[in-house]
Design a protein around this ligand. Structure first.
Ligand code: ZN
Length: 302
């Protein structure tokens, strides 16, 4: 049985500074954050999720979002994105010069209420208000969490995901990321869900955000590529464990993904040597940032 043709190029969106760092208990100094994001920008990413304009009480680690944005070396080649939860956050993001706002909603009603403190319907109403006030030139992506399963509700019906995509598309949001927040998706499930969403006729730019809680994220990327996905989130050092799975592995590690794709001749535009240097820089600040490639690279030194 032949291995299906791989794409020539995919995009890796680096989400570590937002998703990977948000739950770290020790505050990373603002100047270290700025240096790390600038280093990441030098690795060749076209897009980096830098921070969140949420309440400082909700996520103290990211309370310096505006200051971090002020310190970035801007380049037309890199889109600097931030999570924006409401109109207040949107105004702050606009003032900070955020290139792309990321809206979050859950495919699970219980998770939406637990995580965002409102119903799915209320989140959609908020998005409509934010789209009406979107500053000129600011792009938007919506990320749907718990598409592949929910710690509260278990299985999430595909019909609800397709319904949500239609609602988001109706608001004018054309870039949408399907997230396995819990990290439970199997590769065959990733393939099936992406195909079902596409078969439903959703005319959107789809991406995948996979957590490695169960060690399946990289396999999920392979399945996603087979289903036509060309954009994947990842976090340097594999940071960002699921709060519902204490001790679990975090996001898919950027270095694992970039190195695997490079070895298969799938272009990402990422400079692996620069990525390795940035991982070393990150590990000086966050020693927990250690994934498979980190161990491999460390081994190569001896
Ligand atoms: Zn995540």
């Amino acid at each position: 049985m032949p291995f299906s043709a791989l794409p020539r190029r995919v995009e890796i969106v680096e989400v570590g500074p937002r998703d990977g760092w948000q739950n770290l208990p020790d505050f990373i100094a603002t100047n270290r954050k700025i240096a790390l994001v600038n280093s990441l920008a030098g690795c060749g990413f076209r897009e980096i999720e830098v921070s969140s304009f949420v309440s400082p009480r909700a996520i103290p680690q990211l309370r310096d979002a505006a200051a971090v944005f002020a310190g970035l070396q801007r380049s037309p080649a890199v889109t600097f994105a931030a999570l924006v939860p409401n109109e207040r956050g949107l105004a702050q993001a606009a003032a900070a010069g955020v290139d792309k706002a990321v809206f979050f909603i859950s495919a699970s009603e219980t998770h939406n209420r637990e995580n965002l403190g409102r119903s799915i319907g209320e989140s959609l109403a908020d998005f409509a208000a934010m789209m009406a006030r979107l500053p000129a030139g600011m792009a938007v992506r919506a990320s749907i969490s718990n598409v592949f399963g929910c710690p509260f509700e278990g299985e999430v019906p595909i019909e609800r995901v397709i319904w949500l995509l239609g609602k988001l598309r109706g608001l004018g949001i054309e870039e949408i990321t399907l997230c396995d927040t819990w990290g439970v998706a199997t590769p065959s499930q990733v393939y099936r869900v992406v195909c079902q969403v596409r078969d439903a006729g959703a005319e959107v730019d789809l991406g995948l955000h996979l957590h490695d809680t169960c060690g399946r994220a990289l396999a999920g990327v392979m399945a996603g590529m087979q289903a036509g996905i060309r954009r994947f989130d990842a976090a340097l050092g594999g940071l960002g464990g699921c709060p519902f799975a204490p001790g679990a592995a975090g996001n898919l590690a950027t270095e694992d993904l970039a190195a695997c794709l490079a070895a298969m001749d799938v272009a990402t535009g990422i400079d692996l040597a620069a990525l390795r240097r940035t991982l070393d820089e990150l590990r000086q600040v966050v020693p927990a940032a250690a994934s498979h490639m980190a161990a491999f690279w460390d081994g190569c030194r001896h």
